[in-house]
Design a protein around this ligand. Sequence first.
Ligand code: PLP
Length: 389
Amino acid sequence: MRVYFDHAATTPVDPAVFAAMEPFFTREFGNPSSGHSFGRTVKKALEEAREKAAAAIGAQPDEIVFTSGGTEAINMAIRGVARANRDRGNHIVTSAVEHHAVLDTCRDLAGEGFEVTVVPVDEYGMVNVEEVAAAVTDRTILISIMHANNEVGTVQPVAQIGALARSRGIFFHSDTVQSVGKVPFRVDDLHVDMVSISGHKIYGPKGIGLLYLRRGVRWQSVAAGGGQERGRRPGTENVAGIVGLGEAMARLSVHLEREAPRLAELRRRLIEGVTSRIPDVRVNGHPTEHLPNIVNFSFAGLEAEALLISLDIKGIAASAGSACASGALEPSHVLLAMGIPRELARGSLRLSLGKDNTEAEVDYFLDVLPDVVARLRAVASGAAAPPSR
Ligand code: PLP
């Protein structure tokens, strides 16, 4: 059996999304900026995709800027607001559990003279709105707090943070790469000024994403070149990718309404199965405010790398924390920020479910895991390893 439990790293492209993209690689190859019929056909498809993407999140089409993915959208949001508002202030507030795209961008800006306050999280990975409020000063121009965490699935009180930001006249960006399509999502309800979305996490293609940029946000482009995307993101558009992203976003409501409850049930089955069969395991993340599809376990007395290899041999693909951090020996910054001891954080496994996962796959995993964990724990403690089944 081959089981893919790594949908937070990436998802397969939905066949319907692929079908919509296909013509734009070969037949409909025009440049959308060209005035002739080849260009006009493509331009129309691009604008239709923009409308679909906007409608999916309750935005206006002209508030959508297509990018090369979540990382670029995040860079554009943070750098674009920081540079455009330098005359108003130099202070940025973010959290300790952000993706590296946010943390490293803020670190870069700190090198350019901005001040960055990183608010902590509690043991469940949750940001406290009062701590965000306390961090704000009259020099604060931007708050960037993610909607849902990619490692433990904790969903942050984004609407409350957004309301706070608005009341203080501060721009608010949220990295929503993992939350869109998993939890209810309307930009007005979330009180966000900017959100970042990635195609390949929502059954769309890789290398495409978008920045939602609310009308009226004081923002400046971070790249120079042509006038594409109303000058906000110069460069010839990834047309097939944009068409695919539009299709993927048009399907988000199905994922939310039909898939999310099913995934939540599979997740519950996983937690119940793991915690009842294996001793000394901790479930990381918030007990109620969490995504339906991500679960993170820490197993005392073993290394996640060894666990991942053993699972891979059994055909199961999972992850230790985030994909970007795997291979590195350092335990995840998210788990450490939650106060999980280093030793325990090293034995952490992230399972992220998706639309094609089944109950039978969960049961297969639950069948395989106890032996694997027992063997690795025995090896790590220096005891003779029980024979593997
Ligand atoms: N933000 C979060 C929370 C993510 O999980 C990821 C992907 O790992 C990104 C940003 C980056 O998105 P992309 O891979 O499209 O650049």
